[in-house]
Design a protein around this ligand. Structure first.
Ligand code: SF4
Ligand code: SF4
Length: 83
């Protein structure tokens, strides 16, 4: 599967409040929380193990803040977008 430069999952980090729902529910444990902070002063989710991600979309479904996008294989268009 082709992926975007940073993997198939993109976060709008300034929408993320660091609640960790996506991190907890990722079945492949690909996500983690940043060490740094976004513009709102929150830690945010990052795709820390992109090689394990299969674009299942669970992180997208779990996010209450529409901060996750799942990209299709061409890396250009969105498969799931809450934004
Ligand atoms: S798309 Fe699925 S495997 Fe990839 S980070 Fe999200 S929950 Fe994990
Ligand atoms: S579920 Fe959404 S708001 Fe919560 S950490 Fe993940 S991306 Fe951020």
């Amino acid at each position: 599967m082709a992926k975007t430069e940073n993997g198939p999952v993109l976060f709008d980090i300034d929408k993320c409040k660091g609640c960790e729902l996506c991190v907890f529910y990722c079945p492949r444990k690909c996500l983690s929380i940043s060490a740094g902070f976004n513009s709102a002063g929150n830690k945010f989710a990052v795709l820390s193990a992109p090689e394990g991600c299969n674009s299942c979309g669970i992180c997208y479904l779990m996010c209450p803040d529409y901060a996750v996008k799942i990209m299709v294989a061409d890396g250009q268009s969105e498969k799931h977008s809450g934004g």
